[in-house]
Design a protein around this ligand. Structure first.
Ligand SMILES: [Zn+2]
Ligand SMILES: [Zn+2]
Length: 434
């Protein structure tokens, strides 16, 4: 009879790299987490060949969950799935929840993320959060649209009447802007691995009457007897007695002790280092590994808007200085209507990124995150909060805008998955005392 794994044994196995001893069937997976977005349900049955192949594996219990509601689809269609189809659904765009990796010898970490909130692209190199909210797609379209208009209608005029450099410079700025957006929307924000610091005991339990059908004979384990400090905020000492020290907390969902300035993002369902905020326009968190790029994204967006305004105004007013048959502004607008459209668009698009840029210029001057600012500075006006990370103004700006290394990622989605690696499994969150 196998014994339940203890925290010590997991730590030991993790440090030695002997994770294969840890059986992934020992964890209870809450059924609610199997819910997926409607959009993904629609594509799943026909687009994921491996998913369909599961039907022949009677031992695969997860299939019952995954196939519920999809019975009307033809079961044998995927057996003749084309290579192109596989390429699109397993490499180009991939949802780990829809894959069955039981028989595959070399599964990558990203393919084993249980109850994943992410969709992966390009073989796990990029990812984004599953969401029905299209706001990040709209944001990308709003960045691309004025550039396309400029290139189609204005670039040639600028090239011949002002300078070729105007067009080339714009295209450069525009591409930088798009690249930064894609990096922020699909990159690592500074995610911490899950389940690094497990509670004392993981014990076997009998499933309740309601759960019997749902768990389908699978062994149920639950975490038990966590030390009380797991539910408290610990204050690490700081050398000034008048002020608070540095507070650290245990994340009961991720089962990790959070380093300072780390917090849990409910939307990404992960703890993020140096968490600034979750950006709905990028559909990703802003944290340790992408804050610098976020700042530059705001700056480049603002510069891009100003650039478009200036070159379009020059185009509209060119009749005053250049050799042209246009005599007044009305005539000029009739001749270059897209230039006017771009001016109006850019003025409107300029406002929000500019205000955000000013706010972050202020925050980085103090070396404080948005989260800290809202939690402490705004609420605690009595002066009993000290920002222990604050240095001189130029140093603060330097570390945030230029010097801060995004560092090495702590999660390695492209590594080959080692059987039983707890970091990719879903373990019930600890329950607070009730
Ligand atoms: Zn967490
Ligand atoms: Zn987030």
């Amino acid at each position: 009879m196998s014994l339940p794994p203890s925290r010590a044994s997991i730590d030991d196995a993790t440090t030695k790299g002997e994770l294969s001893s840890f059986d992934d069937s020992t964890f209870h997976r809450p059924s609610s987490q199997f819910t997926r977005s409607i959009a993904l349900k629609k594509i799943s049955p026909s687009l994921s060949p491996q998913y369909e192949d599961q039907q022949s594996h009677s031992h695969s219990k997860q299939c019952h969950h995954r196939h519920s509601g999809d019975e009307n689809d033809t079961p044998h269609r995927s057996r003749h799935v084309s290579l192109l189809h596989k390429f699109i659904t397993n490499w180009l765009v991939m949802d780990p929840n829809l894959l069955d990796n039981t028989d595959k010898p070399h599964v990558k970490n990203y393919q084993k993320v249980e109850n994943s909130k992410y969709v992966f692209f390009l073989g796990g190199r990029l990812h984004t959060i599953k969401s029905r909210n299209p706001i990040s797609i709209i944001t990308l379209a709003l960045i691309i649209a004025p550039g396309v208009l400029f290139i189609i209608f204005e670039a040639s005029w600028q090239w011949h009447h002002v300078s070729a450099a105007v067009t080339m410079m714009f295209i450069y700025l525009w591409l930088v802007n798009i690249s930064l957006f894609l990096k922020l929307a699909t990159g690592d924000s500074g995610r911490l691995p899950k389940n690094l610091h497990m509670p004392k005991k993981i014990t076997r339990r009998q499933p309740s009457a309601d759960e019997v059908a749902e768990v389908d004979g699978k062994v149920q384990w639950e975490v038990e007897d966590p030390p009380s400090e797991y539910f408290n905020t610990l204050t690490l000492p700081y050398n000034n007695e008048k002020h608070h020290g540095i507070q650290v907390k245990y994340c009961t969902t991720c089962h990790v002790w959070r380093p300072s300035r780390t917090s849990h993002c409910g939307i990404c369902d992960i703890c993020v280092l140096n968490h600034d905020h979750h950006c709905i326009f990028l559909n990703n968190c802003i944290g340790q590994r992408n804050y610098k790029y976020f700042l530059w994204f705001l700056l480049v967006t603002v510069i891009n808007c100003l650039y478009l305004i200036v070159v379009s105004v020059i185009q509209l007013c060119f009749y005053r200085i250049g050799d042209t048959d246009i005599h007044d502004m009305r005539h000029s607008i009739r001749k270059h209507p897209v230039a006017l459209l771009i001016v109006v668009y850019s003025v409107l698009a300029f406002v929000y990124p500019f205000l955000l840029l000013l706010f972050h210029a202020f925050l980085t001057s103090q070396n404080i995150t948005t989260r800290e600012y809202l939690n402490y500075v705004y609420k605690q006006k009595k002066g009993n909060f000290v920002n222990v990370y604050r240095r001189e103004l130029l140093k603060n700006w330097y570390v945030n805008w230029w010097g801060k290394s995004s560092g090495v990622g702590l999660t390695f989605p492209l590594d080959v998955y080692r059987d039983g690696d707890v970091r990719y499994q879903t373990i019930e969150p600890l329950k607070t005392f009730e």
